[in-house]
Write a protein that binds this ligand. Structure first.
Ligand code: HDE
Length: 715
């Protein structure tokens, strides 16, 4: 009965407000208890939930049917407005622990004691798509983290890309109007590949650095568990002595930073639009808790003007060779939400939710956000949004704010003002030594003007730095992404303006893209950056990432009648031991017979699994009959062709390698990664099988072989 009573704000005894319960109790309260009777929202038991009240068995429904009316009107109002951006998101609970006290830099309570576990809720999102859009769209990923600290909520509302399109928040509505589906026909959904976006971008050169990131594989992550996060703006740490240090925040995933292939991402969008949401949910359900280290780049106040970029400009990174990111703690996501709406949908982040020890810089983008978020939450949820369980801090709340729609707290007494004597002076202000928030007294002086600082003027050097820091395959992917995006733009003048901007980043890139989209690559302006400047920065290439684990990777094992059970079992055991999740994929879900007549139940079929795009790698166990049966299945042949095209490790033990002959994969000898994994003899020894599996696992850990001759494959 807890669930029912708690939603009315009372326990059985009728006195305890939900606000006095712990967060866990509140969350428990939302669960449906078995054996409960169905009631209206007012507690009246419902005798029939199948039929509305009618005048006669075939007569009209009666207006007096309060059961029907309550149910339908509630349903009619079930939706709250979706977020104007970041509508599509997935959330998870977890905790954060700092590695060692950060007291020299900040007094933030959650960054003091390594023994303290601070509860956290994270919501990952795409930006442009509507709530029901696909997870794998090419887009920036939002990464909002709420720390429920002893001093109140700290929301770090960041993205998976460390820079932003624009420098001043006043341009945000224009940017978003340009990228969202075009207003006349609401096409395209969750895609930037259309005229209005590039019309805007090509007229706003400050966006070009971010554009490089969005065209890279960062914008099509393999998993929300395998992407970096960034606070983007320059913030301040403030310590107990009132000393401030500039800081940029990072999240670094322990599983490394990995992307999908663009063709794969588009296909997944159709086969499993919930790909990232499902991956996050399943990992947590399986106990494979996503982990990310918290990084900080620290910059002394006196070094503010040390660089050739302005630290207040959100279109710039602090290259890590100039300011290294120190890893100071770890975030672990270990609990899925109980109710998507109550938690993931109703969570209301705001960059202005800060705690003592964390303060803002004058970044004009950040300053604008400080206004926008509270405003949007009031529209989306209502002004009492902070009272909802997911938004309520663990720190106590006492103030004189009252009333408003959906007020939950029943404030007692007659005092709702301050100063007062009737309430004993409470709630009272907290001086700084009692952890009252005191803004850092930054010196600000100047005329009231609408100008952009000249120090924000260089829009291309860091875009070039990013390009230079990419490996050859990453550069290819960026060029291909631009060919795709700009190839969808209909107005030729817009394509041409984009090529002119790309030429200011790198001429070769501009020429390649121009050729792909059929416009001339003639450039009026000289490149603004010195062509001899080929500096690279560390940490920008995704290929420099963790590649020593296959933990949580999804591996398909293709099997039909006649599969060699010993090889199959060996493969399953080795993958499990390495932390991967394998599935037997076959034609039907009914049992198949191994070569020695044993029944094996497949986990998925070529159709229900979604095919190769749902796996990180594929392996074919031996058994000559198995290979012959698979060869006759176009889906199995396609599975391998497509996995090959997307750079995935392909393994085969024993006669399993015969299937390769039916594919269009170039002869194994031509491909180092494949040769290693396909080594076989028709009747391999146990040692041969183990050697192949070992090579296969090593290839899976590399994530992808992006150097494949993918053009040859019609998949
Ligand atoms: Fe946001 N942004 N934003 N944004 N943003 C919102 O708030 C806004 C920006 C980010 O999972 C909105 O609750 C302005 C940068 C995330 O619930 C809104 C500007 C960064 C989320 C809003 C920016 C972000 C939002 C829409 C330009 C990375 C999802 C719904 C100054 C540092 C949070 C909402 C979640 C959401 C405004 C730019 C990240 C309208 C005005 C830069 C992760 O308030």
């Amino acid at each position: 009965m807890d669930g029912h009573n708690a939603t009315n704000g009372h326990q059985e005894d009728g006195h305890v407000s939900i606000n006095e319960q712990s967060k866990d109790q509140q969350l428990d309260a939302a669960r449906v208890e078995p054996g409960e009777h169905l009631t209206t929202n007012h507690g009246t038991r419902i005798s029939d939930n199948q039929n509305s009240l009618r005048a006669g068995a075939r007569g009209p429904t009666l207006l007096e049917d309060f059961v029907f009316r309550e149910k339908i009107t509630h349903f009619d109002h079930e939706r709250i407005p979706e977020r104007v951006v970041h509508a599509r998101g997935s959330g998870a609970h977890g905790f954060f622990q700092v590695y060692e006290s950060m007291a020299p830099y900040t007094k933030a309570a959650f960054l003091q004691d390594p023994a303290v576990k601070t509860p956290v809720f994270v919501r990952f999102s795409t930006v442009a798509g509507f709530r029901g859009s696909a997870d794998t769209a090419r887009d920036v990923r939002g990464w909002a983290t709420r720390f429920y600290t002893a001093d109140g909520n700290f929301d770090l509302v960041g993205n998976n890309i460390p820079v932003f399109f624009i420098q001043d928040a006043i341009k945000f509505p224009d940017l978003i109007h340009a990228v969202k589906p075009e207003p006349h026909n609401e096409i395209p959904q969750a895609s930037s590949a259309h005229d209005t976006f590039y019309d805007f971008i090509s007229l706003v050169p400050e966006s070009m650095h971010m554009m490089m990131w969005v065209m890279s594989d960062r914008a099509i992550p393999r998993s929300l568990r395998m992407m970096e996060g960034f606070g983007i703006h320059t913030f301040r740490f403030v310590n107990d002595q009132g000393k401030s240090t500039f800081v940029k925040f990072h999240w670094k995933p322990l599983l490394g930073v990995h992307g999908l292939a663009w063709d794969e991402a588009q296909k997944i969008a159709g086969k499993d639009p919930d790909f990232h949401r499902r991956d996050l949910w399943e990992a947590i359900e399986n106990g494979d808790y996503p982990e990310y280290e918290f990084g900080v780049q620290l910059l002394a106040e006196e070094d503010e003007f040390k660089f050739d970029f302005d630290i207040l400009d959100a279109t710039k990174i602090w290259p890590e060779d100039l300011v290294p990111a120190q890893r100071i703690g770890k975030l672990t996501l270990n609990r899925n939400p109980d109710n998507f709406f109550a938690e993931t949908e109703q969570v209301a982040f705001h960059p202005g939710h800060v705690v003592p020890g964390i303060d803002f810089s004058n970044d004009p983008l950040l300053q604008g956000r400080l206004f926008s978020y509270i405003d949007t939450q009031i529209t989306r949820i209502g002004q009492n949004f902070a009272e909802l369980p997911i938004n309520k801090p663990v720190a106590p709340v006492h103030n004189n704010q009252r009333d408003g729609k959906m007020r939950y707290e029943i404030n007692k007494g007659r005092v709702a003002y301050e100063p007062n004597s009737l309430g004993g002076g409470c709630p009272m202000q907290s001086p700084e030594n009692l952890r009252g928030y005191v803004s850092y007294p930054a010196q600000v002086e100047g005329p009231k003007v609408r100008v952009r600082s000249e120090t924000f003027g260089d829009h291309f050097s860091q875009a070039t730095l990013f390009w230079n820091s990419m490996s050859t395959v990453e550069q290819e992917h960026i060029a291909e992404a631009l060919q795709f995006e700009l190839g969808k733009v209909q107005v030729i003048a817009i394509r041409e303006r984009m090529i002119a901007l790309l030429a200011r980043i790198n001429r070769d890139l501009a020429v390649q893209v121009a050729y792909g989209i059929g416009v001339a690559a003639t450039f009026d302006s000289p490149p603004p950056t010195d062509p001899s400047n080929i500096r690279k920065a560390p940490g920008l290439s995704m290929l420099d990432t963790v590649k020593d684990t296959i933990k949580t990777r999804r591996i398909a094992i293709l099997a039909m009648d006649g599969v060699d059970l010993a090889e199959l079992t060996e493969i399953q055991a080795a993958l499990k031991a390495a932390g991967a999740r394998s599935q037997i994929v076959s034609k039907f879900l009914s049992p198949i017979k191994s070569s020695d007549g044993k029944d094996i139940v497949p986990d998925a079929t070529f159709i229900t699994s979604g095919g190769s795009i749902m796996y990180d790698a594929v392996i074919v166990p031996g058994g000559a009959e198995n290979a012959d049966a698979l060869k006759r299945q176009g889906d199995a042949v396609h599975f391998l062709n497509e996995a090959y095209k997307h750079g995935k490790a392909i393994g085969a033990t024993g006669a399993g390698a015969n299937l390769l002959a039916a594919t269009q994969i170039p002869t194994p000898a031509a491909e180092a990664s494949l040769q290693a994994t396909a080594a076989h003899t028709p009747e391999p020894s146990a040692a041969d099988v183990q050697a192949v599996i070992k090579q296969f696992i090593a290839a899976v850990a590399q994530h992808r072989d992006w150097n494949r001759l993918k053009e040859l494959i019609p998949a």
